[in-house]
Design a protein around this ligand. Sequence first.
Ligand code: FEO
Ligand code: CA
Ligand code: CA
Length: 670
Amino acid sequence: MTTNKFNDGFGNKAEAFEEADNAVLSPKTARTFGDIVNRRYGRRDVLRGALGVTAVTALFGTTALTAATQARAATPAFAFPELESGNDTRHHIAEGYDADVLIRWGDPIFPDVGPFDPQAQSADDQLKRFGYNNDYVGFVPLAEDGSHGLLCVNHEYTNEEVMFPGIGRQDKKDFADMTRELVDIEMAAHGGSVFEIARGADGKWSVVLDSPYNRRITALETEMIVDGPAAGHDRMKTAADPDGTRVIGTLNNCAGGITPWGTYLMAEENFHGYFWTDTLDADGKPVLDRADAESLKRYGAPGRWYNWGQHHERFNIDVEPNEVNRFGWIVEVDPMDPASTPVKHTALGRFRHEGSESIVNADGRVVVYTGDDARFDYVYKFVSAGTVSDDRAANMKLLSEGTLYVGRFNEDGSLDWLPLVHGAGPLTAENGFESQADVLIDARLAADALGATPMDRPEDVQPGPDGKVYMMLTNNTRRKEGQEDAANPRADNAFGHIVEMIAPDGDHAATTYAWNILVKCGDPAVAEVGAQWGPETSEHGWFASPDNCAIDADGRLWISTDQGSNWAKTGKSDGLYALETEGALRGSSKLFFRCPVGGELCGPYFTPDQTTLFLAVQHPGTDGTKNFAGFERNSTFEDPATRWPDFQDGMPPRPSVVVVTKQGGGRIAV
Ligand code: FEO
Ligand code: CA
Ligand code: CA
């Protein structure tokens, strides 16, 4: 019997994933900035956030802080009554708002598809229904009055133990029950959904089942084009695709983005977990006897989280060595054309992309920010070569050519963006990079060579107003004392922090920014945690493990959290928090929405008129249910901690998109 590396103490697949995200694959940093920072600025200043202002002023003068920013008064930006934190089987929203379920895993997105029956699942049926584990949510308006639009939703992964009857967690059982049919259902439940929604006279949104825009994008059967510098490279060629330019499917689509020209970006995150090998050592670890073993190890592939490779040979690296190189990219989808072929843009590099949020720079170039979500991995930005125009087809080529940079956070409060360009610096043939394709396929190795700063798990990276860019660093308990640096200042960082990056004069193409810590998460009442919050943060308002975020139409920052099973350390379910970024209240946080037990919160996304907020409740009823008072066991299909949102016997918990509106209408939190 083989031993799976994740056959461990985790109660369910989501918990195991979280731990696997945490596996340290990055070379350890020998640098220790903590004492340098202490000497130069004093630890107290760093803790209070004063470093940022000092550093910004020193680097760029006061022009980096606009007059509007400095003038903002100490009045709360968010007008809503704070929700009480806690954890139970239901979702909760601040008083005065409705939070209605819009669509659930298994709901039809095409006409003439019957109600969902979890006992009668098939791959063909799943292809017509909303997929599993909704993560990113984007909205593309179709009408100027805001009454219609396309929702673009990622389906990151599947949890077989609560998805399929009678099988439990399969990675603990060598996938004994994971038949070809169940694997194909999983593959059909991955990917994304694009569908039209409409707002009725009552202000409530519903899915337009007969819309011509509706489509499913899956790991099972959606063909994709590869473009950019790695397209057609030998390492991208497979038996099924000798040209190295066409791939079937996308997977582990975590967060993403809507581009300024209205396309939908899907970030491929933990791709390594889908690849298989039968060549294992006595400890059950893959034996990698091949020329690119260093590359595989740096990405943690093959992870064997799923047994797709037992039924689809392309996911078995023993049979198809290069399929693994064709995942881990940013995918662009045109939601306006349901027959369009999605494009994997290799110019944005290959790693565990959390998201891909973009902004048009003042010079017209588009800049995409994207984090590599693993402990001690890096944050990147891509700057296009061309500029945005009125030609939508031309805009859809902008992510095909440009420069990828990785971040180095200096102790003086500056941030250098280091280009991943073949031939520059260490990125040469002598160091194993034969071409730009090698640099991009092995972006992690290239970034290692450049000396990027290892971060505490970069999740969403979101450009905001005034040249500010917010980076969620979710946690890193493997950072030891002595490994702290200025931008990752806590050892054993269980609760995460948020770094604010500041483009000089709002120039997102600049190669030197300033940076600053916005908040350090965790309970401010526990001194050892070392949390840092603004003055108006209540016992309900502090949070842990920032993951996704959004900027609303007023330029305000909203954060959603994913604590994994760590919610037991905070006693709070995951939720959505409104976070002040300016003025005397900077760093003050307030709870707006919270998840049912065991769920993480994804989305969030506001309509441009700010009257609607979309949230994605992912894997309800799974994480940390052993610590859920009164339940205290791991959830299964038959015995879940919650049957949210249906609460019907026989219906398992269902990942769902929730729509938040103000009772009586109006803009949210105004
Ligand atoms: Fe899929 Fe990093 O969360
Ligand atoms: Ca995430
Ligand atoms: Ca996450």
